[in-house]
Ligand binder design. Structure first.
Ligand code: GH3
Ligand code: MG
Ligand code: MG
Ligand code: MG
Ligand code: MG
Length: 339
């Protein structure tokens, strides 16, 4: 619901009148009665500060000479607390019986305007209007800034979400859907990087190729979906046997491949033996339609090649050598490692 616009653009604005003499306050109230301002009153500096803590006026017209806490001191306190979380911007018109010398002091302390008693009511009225116009502009600026801050925060949040989504999407293009391992394409990217790093620093790097033994037979006996299940379990067993820094991918149908950085021939052979054992320890249960249960196991053959090696100068050499070793493992009777 839209509020009816006030009759005067500055009506509805609140002015805090601070003076230890009630007659002065009354005089100013009457003089400013025209546009429909709201008034609040305080009779010394302490009361003025208390009133400010309760709610913010749009303007303060304040006497300088007051008992206990004078107008100049109150002005200093308000202006020192005008930042975020403080009083904000409240224009202050100081009124004093002093001679014009005090004017400079008051303005330097941050009073926005200054009048010397006895003053012309028309002049006070004009200065009040000018100060309130300033305050209206300032309020609009503060509001705009707040909106911009809010929009910026929303943009930041949206950007972060987008970056995360992009990362997730990118990851999806690297993952093999069946096994959850990385796919061949991403493996090749990583192989190129790791091979280049290993060549540059002459650090050891091993590549393992694994192929499940007689997988065709397993598929034929228990069905393709069960074969998929076996493949998932083997992938999990291999991943679980390797270090965080090792990189495992599905290279083809039932062929997995692993990259072991900082791993030479001896350690690679050990790692392959552990992988071979882990795969041979996988136990799956197959159920036929009539409810018969059967324990199914499988084995795999592994071929491993390592650099530095004088004959392996490119990633293709390393891949070919590991494949040759895998073939040798198959020829040697399967469920074994060849290097
Ligand atoms: P070996 O490797 O010991 O020589 O015998 P093998 O029976 O495993 O022979 P090969 O590696 O040539 O055959 C791979 C089989 O794996 C053929 C194919 O039907 C099956 N296969 C490939 N990808 C998948 C898959 O995603 N799911 C299932 N269930 N089977 C697959
Ligand atoms: Mg006074
Ligand atoms: Mg195969
Ligand atoms: Mg084969
Ligand atoms: Mg096979």
């Amino acid at each position: 619901m839209r509020r009816a616009a006030p009759a005067h653009p500055l009506a509805d604005r609140t002015i805090l009148l601070v003076d230890d003499d009630p007659a002065n306050i009354q005089h100013v109230r009457e003089g400013l009665a025209g546009p429909g301002y709201r008034f609040r009153e305080a009779h010394d500096g302490t009361e003025a500060l208390r009133s400010l803590r309760e709610s913010r006026p749009d303007l303060i017209v304040m006497d300088v000479e007051m008992p206990r806490l004078g107008g100049v001191e109150v002005c200093r306190i308000i202006k020192a607390n005008s930042g975020e979380g403080g009083f904000g911007f409240i224009p202050i018109i100081l009124v004093t019986a002093r001679q014009a010398a005090g004017k400079v002091e008051g303005l330097e302390l941050g009073a926005d305007d200054y009048l010397v008693k006895p003053f012309d009511m028309m002049e006070l009225s004009a200065r009040v209007k000018s100060m309130l116009r300033l305050k209206v502009l300032q309020d609009a600026l503060v509001e705009k800034n707040r909106e911009l801050d809010f929009k910026n925060r929303e943009l930041d949040r949206a950007n972060k979400e987008l970056a995360q989504k992009r990362e997730e999407l990118l990851n999806l293009t690297r993952i093999d859907a069946l096994t959850g391992l990385y796919n061949r394409r991403y493996f090749e990217e990583r192989l190129n990087e790791e091979f280049a790093r290993s060549s540059r620093y002459r650090s050891p790097l091993s590549l393992v190729m694994m192929d499940i033994d007689h997988f065709k037979r397993l598929n034929d006996t228990y069905g393709h979906p069960f074969g998929d299940e076996v493949l998932r379990s083997v992938a999990k067993a291999v991943r679980g046997r390797l270090r965080e820094v090792d990189f495992v991918a599905r290279y083809g149908g039932e062929e997995l491949i692993a990259l072991l950085p900082e791993t030479g021939t001896k350690e690679a052979l050990g790692a392959c033996e552990r992988i071979r054992e882990a795969i041979a320890s996988v136990r799956l249960e197959h159920r036929t339609a009539d409810g018969t249960r059967q324990e199914v196991r499988c084995t795999a053959s592994l071929g491993v090649a390592s650099v530095p090696d004088r004959t392996l100068l490119a990633t293709e050499d390393l891949l070919r050598e590991a494949d040759t070793c895998l073939y040798a493992a198959k020829a040697a009777g399967r469920n074994c490692v060849r290097q």
